[in-house]
Design a binder for this molecule. Structure first.
Ligand SMILES: C[S@@+](CC[C@H](N)C(=O)[O-])C[C@H]1O[C@@H](n2cnc3c(N)ncnc32)[C@H](O)[C@@H]1O
Length: 283
């Protein structure tokens, strides 16, 4: 069966935002001497079938829609000069190779590798006239902070980042500290313990004191503050970050993902962020 089943209606909303940005970005740079590169760092298989909490049983009848790689290939006013699709899953990668056959005149590279390993090399290889849009669209918490910081340092990359707010909030219990294993993962995601540990402080209600035991800790900030903190982390490395928030919610109206846009090039960032804000405000 073709087309992975994931996401609710917000998946289409996310892809509409991406499509509008890619169109506007390539048109804005149309007459400039840059090589324009699109990097889909969590590329999937090219198409997807829209799912939802209610519709999974009917998955076979879901319409197959264009995923982000096809959307990037469909930008035609000024097509991308190079497209790089990174996908860790071998079967999905195999599906992506069909795009190379379908679009033989396009410069498409497909990499079956963890994007946290592929992206640093991509950044190091960028030339003076290269400009890129990188789409970070994970299911969960796969994006490491070091990868994001490396993208920003190039000053040649604009980035859409789907931040897995619900998954991260679950890794940060409200009534106790994260386990050592989760703490290590949070360090990787935020780029160090000092960027999340201050969400915890001594619990107001302590249980009966046990000799030598550490005081109980609790998280005193909600998940909205976790998203605010990640935005601040992005602002610390990118030239500008779009101010307009876009939160994707599940059918129970709980926030699942936050979509961020960050621009790295000091000259282009104000225009890029204006375009992104305009799209986020209007669609
Ligand atoms: C939400 S899907 C991507 C959907 C795609 N952007 C689209 O619009 O069709 C996330 C994809 O990331 C892949 N993935 C998970 N971890 C990865 C990693 N560390 N590096 C690269 N790909 C990864 C998964 O196999 C999955 O196909």
């Amino acid at each position: 069966m073709t087309g992975a089943l994931f996401g609710g209606t917000w998946t289409q909303e996310k892809l509409n935002i991406l499509e509008r940005y890619l169109d506007a970005y390539t048109t804005a740079l149309k007459n400039r001497p840059f090589q324009l590169i699109y990097v889909d760092a969590f590329a999937g298989e090219g198409t997807y079938r829209a799912g939802s909490d209610y519709a999974e049983d009917y998955g076979d009848f879901q319409e197959v829609r264009d995923g982000s790689p096809r959307i990037a290939l469909g930008v035609l006013d000024k097509p991308f000069d190079r497209l790089i699709f990174i996908e860790k899953d071998p079967a999905r990668c195999e599906s992506l190779t069909g795009l190379q056959e379908e679009f033989p005149n396009r410069n498409i590279e497909i990499r079956n590798i963890d994007s946290n390993d592929a992206l640093p090399d991509f950044c190091d290889a960028l030339g003076a006239y290269d400009r890129a849009v990188v789409f970070l669209d994970p299911f969960a918490t796969q994006v490491s902070w070091d990868t994001v910081a490396k993208l920003a340092q190039t000053e040649k990359i604009d980035c859409w980042i789907l931040f897995p707010l619900m998954a991260i909030a679950r890794m940060m219990p409200t009534d106790r500290e994260p386990t050592a294993e989760l703490a290590g993962q949070l360090d990787r995601i935020f780029g160090g313990r000092n960027h999340w540990r201050d969400f915890y402080s001594e619990a107001r209600q302590q249980q009966l004191p046990m000799f030598g035991a550490e005081p109980l800790q609790e998280r005193h900030r909600g998940s909205g503050q976790i998203a605010v903190r990640y935005r601040q982390r992005l602002e610390s490395v990118f030239t500008r970050v779009a101010a307009t928030p876009r939160t994707f919610r599940n059918s129970r109206n709980s926030p699942m993902f936050e979509l961020f846009f960050a621009a790295g090039n000091p000259v282009g960032a104000p225009i890029a962020v204006n375009i992104a804000d305009h799209i986020l405000n209007n669609w």
